[in-house]
Design a protein around this ligand. Structure first.
Ligand code: PBE
Length: 275
């Protein structure tokens, strides 16, 4: 039985995939006999990170490239292992936080356009986009204007400056706005079900602005020290998740309107990790 009587506080950021992953971590821990407190849907990256540093939560799912760009502010590399080691070392030294092993989900930004836009302007890559960006309206999330892997990176690496940037707190609304042609470009996420379902074109990052974004549980070291089993329990998820699987799970919540907790538990049962 667990060494610590304190509940383990599981957090997440504020979008569907995060709710599902947070619920998976919570269900795995409960299945292993730990008491869990859920603090799902905290807010954006820096809010979740601060909650972890403060001990308001004990763990949440984060993406290696996100930590590299938004927290570590390190040099972008296309090498997934190198990015992982960079953020893991930094978090350990700076915050006493431990990055457990990542899953197979690499959920990076996907700059997407409608097929008619791609056809009209011959767009395949972000370099192609740079030639017409001044005539296009972009829609993105609240973190995108400031993050190094957001608008500043598009400008410095590709010289991309849009006619206008519209901010959307809820990702789903960006896809509606693309449909309605009130925006021309959106910062999709690689695991969004909409990219395939709506026949959108994801532009190739031909100059390597974006790093890899593999997701892993980030956990307070103190909690791992008190509960050594937590590492094994959370890492059991590793090989079972990839982008295709995550897109399907995201659709079960956003299209089929199932609860993230139910989606998470049904998946864990299906792959035999919980009863
Ligand atoms: N991402 C894509 C975003 C969301 C998914 C990893 C770049 C992030 O949370 O940082």
């Amino acid at each position: 039985s667990p060494a610590s009587a304190d509940p383990i506080k599981v957090g997440s950021k504020n979008f569907t995939e995060q709710y599902i992953l947070g619920e998976m971590y919570a269900a795995l821990l409960e299945n292993a006999g730990f008491e869990v407190e859920r603090k799902i849907n905290l807010g954006g990256t820096l809010i979740a990170h601060q909650a972890l540093v403060n001990g308001d939560i004990d763990l949440y799912p984060e993406y290696t490239g996100t930590a590299l760009s938004a927290v570590v502010k390190g040099d972008i590399s296309p090498d997934a292992q190198k990015v992982y080691e960079t953020v893991k070392d930094f978090y350990s030294k700076e915050f006493k936080l431990t990055w457990l092993k990542p899953t197979g989900i690499n959920n990076g930004y996907a700059m997407v356009v409608r097929k008619d836009t791609a056809d009209a302007d011959g767009l395949k890559t972000l370099s192609d986009l740079s030639k017409v960006a001044g005539t296009l309206v972009m829609g993105g999330g609240p973190e995108f204007p400031d993050r190094a892997d957001g608008l500043p990176g598009l400008k410095s690496v590709y010289g991309i400056e849009f006619k206008e940037f519209k901010q959307f707190a809820k990702l789903g609304l960006r896809y509606d706005a693309l449909d309605q042609k009130s925006i021309d470009v959106a910062n999709g996420y690689a695991t969004d079900w909409q990219i395939g379902a709506k026949g959108l074109v994801a532009l190739e990052d031909d100059k390597g602005l974006f790093p890899p974004y593999f997701v892993a549980p980030v956990v307070r070291q103190q909690v791992l020290d008190a509960n050594p089993k937590v590492t094994e329990v959370l890492e059991s998820l590793g090989s079972h998740l990839d982008n295709g699987t995550m897109r399907k799970l995201n659709a079960q919540v956003e299209v089929d309107h199932q609860e993230p907790e139910d989606v998470a538990k049904a998946f864990l049962k299906e792959i035999g990790l919980i009863k």
